[in-house]
Design a binder for this molecule. Structure first.
Ligand code: SAH
Ligand code: DHB
Ligand code: MG
Length: 222
């Protein structure tokens, strides 16, 4: 068993389960042409997010870390009529690419991108009485995971799903004293999920076209 097998299985599952999706394929092309880093969720991971949105019957979604809007589109296309997704992105250049992709996907009536440091935008959202959100996807600068999780709890209600990307990091998550601040951020997320009486959480290790990584997945219980 090796990386070649994981890639072949990813390709097989992608072909059998997802077929082709022109809007999502064009989004990835646009993101690479714009020079954005290739750190979008994979197609199967995007489909997982879509399935989560539908499982929750989510009407209001919050995303932290837009990049070119690939994960945004995966989730927003699963919203019912009148549903809304707010996505927070620090880099205006990324948000501009994302807005074009979202418009091409016909989702600009459902999606709003707020440009700026997510911690600032979250404070503004809470101040404006936005929330509760039904699903919150955290996928931005990992050292701030705990900050984002604090806000996520304040913008939640019982039943809200909170999903955090990149928590396995090639297995570094199990290192008792990791040097990488991103891995420390991933550990902060796991500790947060494990330490709250009003959360039930799990984590899912993933292999495939994005290498070896994983998602932490929690639901607010009270
Ligand atoms: N969710 C996207 C990938 C996000 S990559 C997808 O799967 O398609 C992480 C993004 O977080 C990058 O675009 C980066 O610019 C953004 N980011 C980094 N620091 C941030 C901050 N402090 N506030 C908001 N966004 C930030
Ligand atoms: C990185 C960030 C991500 O959100 C991701 O999914 C993969 C990699 C990174 O910063 O390297
Ligand atoms: Mg990520």
């Amino acid at each position: 068993m090796n990386e070649k097998t994981w890639m072949a299985v990813d390709a097989y599952l992608e072909k059998e389960l997802l077929g082709t999706n022109d809007v999502l394929a064009r989004t990835l092309v646009a993101n690479r042409e714009a020079g954005l880093p290739a750190i979008d969720v994979s197609p199967l991971q995007g489909a997982m997010l879509e399935v989560f949105v539908r499982m929750c019957g989510a009407r209001r979604i919050l995303e932290i870390g837009t990049l070119g809007g690939y994960s945004t589109i995966c989730m927003a296309r699963a919203l019912p009529p009148g549903g809304r997704l707010i996505s927070l992105e620090y880099e205006k250049r990324h948000a501009d690419v994302a807005r074009k992709n979202i418009e091409r996907a016909g989702l600009d009536d459902k999606v709003e991108i707020k440009v700026g440091a997510a911690a600032t935008s979250l404070e503004a959202l809470a101040g404006a009485g936005e929330g509760a959100f039904d699903l919150i996807f955290i996928d931005a600068d990992k050292p701030n995971n705990a900050v984002y999780l604090d806000w996520a709890m304040r913008l939640s209600q019982p039943g809200t799903a909170i999903i955090c990307d990149n928590v396995v990091r090639d297995g570094e998550i199990a290192d008792p004293d990791p040097a990488d601040p991103n891995t420390r951020g991933a550990q902060d997320a796991i500790k947060f999920f494990g330490g709250r009486a009003n959360l039930r959480a799990t984590a899912l290790q993933t292999v495939g076209s994005k290498g070896y990584d994983g998602f932490a997945i929690a639901v607010v219980t009270a």
